[in-house]
Structures are given as structure tokens and as C-alpha cells.
Design a protein around this ligand. Structure first.
Ligand SMILES: Nc1ncnc2c1ncn2[C@@H]1O[C@H](COP(=O)(O)OP(=O)(O)OP(=O)(O)O)[C@@H](O)[C@H]1O
Ligand SMILES: N[C@@H](CCO)C(=O)O
Length: 292
């Protein structure tokens, strides 16, 4: 059996939607899987090559195993996995969620065949990742609202106006998500909670049909201020872009800076200095694809 998976990069939080709003972007990892013989053989090219493990602890292989426990017989068959990675790791572009979603899509193909049930894929991917924002977007594509509460996963696709585009500013340095979560406070004030809820609702309106609300909708009091010390140059760039009118936020747990808006809104940041960052203009992405 041979299977192929194409899985998008994602940005999470989008400022106000911490741990619940995610957006897929048209930037993909491509993976091929051959089910044969015994043992696990891995070939990794591109991002993470020489860094990710080449045994069963590899995140894609571990996710295949987990998916087979859930949907199949549980036993990991002999595998040859070729992973062509373009999504940078630990930069806030959802590489770990993409790897988990890819592994689960393969598991579905092995155990069940046919198109994956996206709700089921999103549920398990969110639980494996620990939060649903990147995982939901990687599974469904476009923009999603996804969260985990009391062990239950809820995912809804969000409407996005067709003229919205994405720009990312990617630095060389990495910030592992684990470390970026460790600096977050356990509690926030009621004032901040109200501001965050209002901003997240405003973000949904902005994405759907009112781009002039995106600048307000991408404000945040829950994570970005506390993570600034881990990524001072990203934080300064994000603030500079916002001063110029660009709806910018830290992408996921950082350190990439992300903006979504009309082409005109994104152009308003063209003169903001961004030394040390590589800029990419992108569209929204499709959800994971599984092919034979
Ligand atoms: N394609 C992949 N294959 C194997 N392991 C991967 C792959 N992509 C990511 N990983 C693992 O996930 C780690 C990166 O996960 P981490 O959560 O720190 O960052 P991220 O997912 O890129 O960013 P964010 O969650 O902020 O969007 C890598 O160091 C690697 O261990
Ligand atoms: N919502 C997550 C995204 C990173 O995976 C965070 O900000 O920690």
C-alpha cells in the first residue's frame, strides 16, 4: 500500500484567539508512505533533517501508531516514510500539528481507507497536540475555531472574506512551544478577560466580512505580552507593524510575526524595517489531503 499526504502550515491565536483560533496557509509538507515488510525506515529532507529522530519516536510515526490504536488493529506495520518538509520547526507555524495530522491521515488510510473523517481527525489531532487551534486548521483548512474543554473537542469552520491575504515575517531563531507556554500566567484579571473575549469576537467579524475590524480583533492580553522577553525582535516588529495599521500578531507561540488583511492593509507595513526576518506573502491554505 502506498499513500501520500499533503498537510498545511498553520498560524494559531491570531492575537486574540489564544488556543482556539487557527488559520491554514498555503505552505505544505509532502509525505509518502509505503506499508511493507517489517520495521520503520525514514527519510527526511528539508526542515528538521538531521534533527528529528529517525525511529518510531518520530512524531509522524508516533501519530500513525496512535491513529491505528484508535481506528485499526493497533499494531504498527512495516513502514517506509519519506517526509519532504518545508514548514520550519519551532517558529510558530504549526509544524508539530502538521506532523501529527499527517500521521493520523496515514493511519486513517491504512485502517479505514477512503477520505478521512475530518471531525474525527481533528478530534484526535487536537488531543495529541494538547490544544486545538493549529490541529483544527491543519485538518479543515481556512480559518477554524477549535478548543478542548473537559476532554471534549469542538471545531467549527469560520467564514473568511475571499480578498484576505496573509504575510509572515520569519526570523532565524527558534522558540520551542513548550518554553513559550511555560512563561504564561495561570490567571488574568476580569478586565483582561473581557477585553480578550471582545477582541476574539471582533476578530471573527473582521475575518468574515469587515476587514476594518481586524486591527482591533488581533489585540491580545493573554499571551503576547508575557512572551515578549523570549522574542524581543519579533515583538518589536509586531508593534511597529500595528502602529502602521497592519493587523499583525505573533504567529502561534512565535517567533514568526503574522498578519492577515486586505492587500492594501498588508501594504501599509511595507516601509516597516524587518532586518533579520524573511518575508513571505501567502494565501489561506487547504486542509490535509490524503491520496493513494
Ligand atoms: N515534520 C515533522 N516531523 C517530525 N517531527 C516534527 C515535524 N515537525 C515538527 N516536529 C517536532 O515538533 C517540534 C516543533 O514543535 P513546536 O511545538 O515547538 O513548534 P511548532 O509546532 O513549529 O510551532 P507552534 O506550535 O508555535 O506553531 C520539532 O522540534 C520536532 O520535534
Ligand atoms: N496556542 C498555542 C499555539 C502554539 O502551538 C500557543 O500559543 O501556545
Amino acid at each position: 500500500m502506498r499513500l501520500r499526504v499533503r498537510v498545511p502550515a498553520t498560524t494559531a491565536n491570531v492575537g486574540s484567539g489564544f488556543d482556539c483560533i487557527g488559520i491554514a496557509i498555503d505552505w505544505y509538507d509532502e509525505l509518502e508512505l509505503e506499508v511493507r515488510g517489517s520495521g520503520v525506515e525514514l527519510e527526511v529532507t528539508g526542515e528538521g533533517a538531521g534533527q528529528v529522530p529517525l525511529d518510531e519516536s518520530h512524531l509522524v510515526v508516533a501519530s500513525i501508531r496512535r491513529g491505528l490504536e484508535e481506528w485499526g488493529e493497533g499494531r504498527l506495520p512495516g513502514l517506509v516514510l519519506r517526509s519532504h518538509n518545508t514548514i520550519p520547526h519551532s517558529r510558530g507555524l504549526g509544524s508539530s500539528a502538521s506532523a501529527i495530522v499527517a500521521g493520523l491521515a496515514f493511519a486513517w488510510g491504512i485502517a479505514r481507507g477512503g477520505d478521512p473523517d475530518r471531525t474525527e481527525l481533528g478530534r484526535l489531532a487536537s488531543l495529541l497536540e494538547g490544544h486545538a487551534d493549529n490541529a483544527a486548521a491543519a485538518v479543515f483548512g481556512g480559518a477554524t475555531l477549535g478548543w478542548i474543554q473537559d476532554g471534549q473537542v469542538a471545531i467549527h469552520e469560520l467564514p473568511v472574506a475571499p480578498d484576505l491575504r496573509v504575510r509572515v515575517w520569519i526570523p532565524e531563531f527558534e522558540v520551542p512551544t513548550k518554553g513559550a507556554r511555560a512563561v504564561l500566567p495561570e490567571r488574568i484579571s476580569r478586565t483582561d478577560a473581557v477585553a480578550q473575549a471582545a477582541a476574539a469576537a471582533t476578530l471573527v467579524l473582521g475575518l468574515g466580512s469587515r476587514p476594518e475590524l481586524l486591527l482591533r480583533g488581533t489585540t491580545d492580553r493573554l499571551h503576547q505580552p508575557f512572551r515578549a522577553e523570549l522574542m524581543p525582535t519579533s515583538h518589536a516588529l509586531m508593534l511597529g507593524l500595528r502602529d502602521a495599521g497592519v493587523p499583525a500578531a505573533i504567529s502561534g507561540a512565535g517567533p514568526t510575526v503574522f498578519a492577515i488583511g486586505t492587500p492594501e492593509q498588508l501594504r501599509s507595513g511595507d516601509s516597516v524595517a524587518h532586518d533579520g526576518f524573511v518575508v513571505r506573502d501567502l494565501a489561506l491554505g487547504h486542509g490535509v489531503e490524503l491520496r493513494r
